[in-house]
Design a protein around this ligand. Structure first.
Ligand code: NAD
Length: 315
């Protein structure tokens, strides 16, 4: 299979690329390196089944030239920073335009399959119960979430109008090796600056599911190989959750620190647009035959070890 991976030099994208290459596929990574890193994919540079193109998705001419001849598009590229939207919402406009440009390029070059990395945040503020894929109305509270929902809408409409097939995955919080952002990285950075105090955004009671990155990739490929509707939508996460204060405790433990006091900025959200409680119903992909093996706490602990190991190697 000839795979076109947008955002393939990023955290999740680069793990997907590793799996696709290991399974014998040909892979083109199309990434502008706005948040991705060459070093995440450089181990494939000598492989003749691998090609890296540094370019922006909104560059329509370049995209249409490079995408030709591929069998499937894995659309992983986006600005993943949910928080930044509260200061500057323009990344939503860019990401929606990127998805539109991509779909139009697929239409013009006769590519019919798209796999998309959506997010749990499209559900918005929800009741405290596990949410199935059919939950609605979908009213995101962050501009990042709105951009993801808009992209889902574009993908659905292009699929119906231009005979495409889509696999849409709503990820939980994804953590693990090569992780560059998010609560674990934040806590480790803060504690390296001051090993006696950890400032936690909000009241620390925010509770969400955390999925380990290699399991995320496993789920994406499992659903792609086993679901065959025109539009296949799946929650991809775990059925447990981890409280933010618990993440603080796990990070402190893994860093071998004692005597750390936690302070809270207060309020139930970490920032504007933060969904404080969230639980996934993952039975739909479970019924297909896939479920993650690590719980949310286990994923957080393993990801903490990964980030700490990387810091150790880089020093
Ligand atoms: P990441 O920043 O590591 O990866 C995104 C990649 O896309 C980067 O390599 C970046 O350079 C590239 N990119 C961004 N805009 C581009 C553009 N216009 N043209 C070309 N390349 C572009 O982030 P990640 O955490 O690996 O996230 C991957 C995807 O999964 C994103 O779509 C994100 O929204 C989604 N997601 C992530 C999480 C998570 O917890 N990490 C949760 C839900 C959804």
């Amino acid at each position: 299979m000839k795979c076109f991976v947008t955002g393939g030099a990023g955290f999740i994208g680069s793990h997907l690329v590793d799996s696709l290459i290991n399974q014998g596929h040909e892979v083109t990574v199309y990434d502008d390196l706005s948040s991705g890193k060459k070093e995440f994919i450089s181990h494939h540079f000598d492989n003749e089944r691998f090609l890296f193109i540094r370019a922006d998705l909104v560059n329509k001419k370049r995209l249409e030239k490079e995408i030709q001849g591929h069998d499937v598009v894995f659309h992983i590229a986006a600005n993943p920073d949910v928080r930044s939207g509260a200061d500057d919402p323009s990344s939503a406009e860019k990401d929606i335009r990127a998805t539109y440009t991509l779909l139009d390029a697929m239409r013009n070059t006769g590519i019919h399959k798209i796999v998309f990395s959506s997010s749990s945040v499209i559900y918005g503020e929800t009741p405290e119960k596990p949410l199935p894929e059919e939950y609605g109305p979908l009213l995101p509270i962050s501009v990042y979430g709105a951009a993801k929902l808009a992209s889902e809408g574009l993908i659905s409409s292009f699929s119906h109008t231009f005979d495409m097939q889509a696999w849409i995955y709503r990820f939980a919080n994804v953590v693990g090796i090569r992780g560059t952002h998010g609560v674990i990285v934040d806590f480790i950075n803060k504690l390296r600056n001051n090993p006696h105090e950890l400032e936690i955004l909000g009241d620390g009671k925010q509770k969400k599911p955390y999925l380990y990155v290699t399991e995320c990739v496993e789920g994406i490929l499992y659903g792609f190989n086993h679901a065959n509707e025109q539009i296949n939508v799946f929650n991809l996460g775990v059925d447990s959750t981890t409280e933010v204060t618990r993440i603080g405790e796990l990070v402190v433990e893994e860093m071998g620190l004692t005597d750390v006091s936690f302070s809270y900025t207060g309020g139930k959200r970490g920032w504007k647009g933060d969904v404080p409680h969230f639980q996934f119903d993952i039975s739909k992909i479970g019924e297909l035959g896939w479920k993650p093996s690590l719980s949310s706490d286990e994923a957080v602990r393993r990801a903490t070890k990964d980030v700490l190991n990387r810091i150790l190697i880089n020093h």
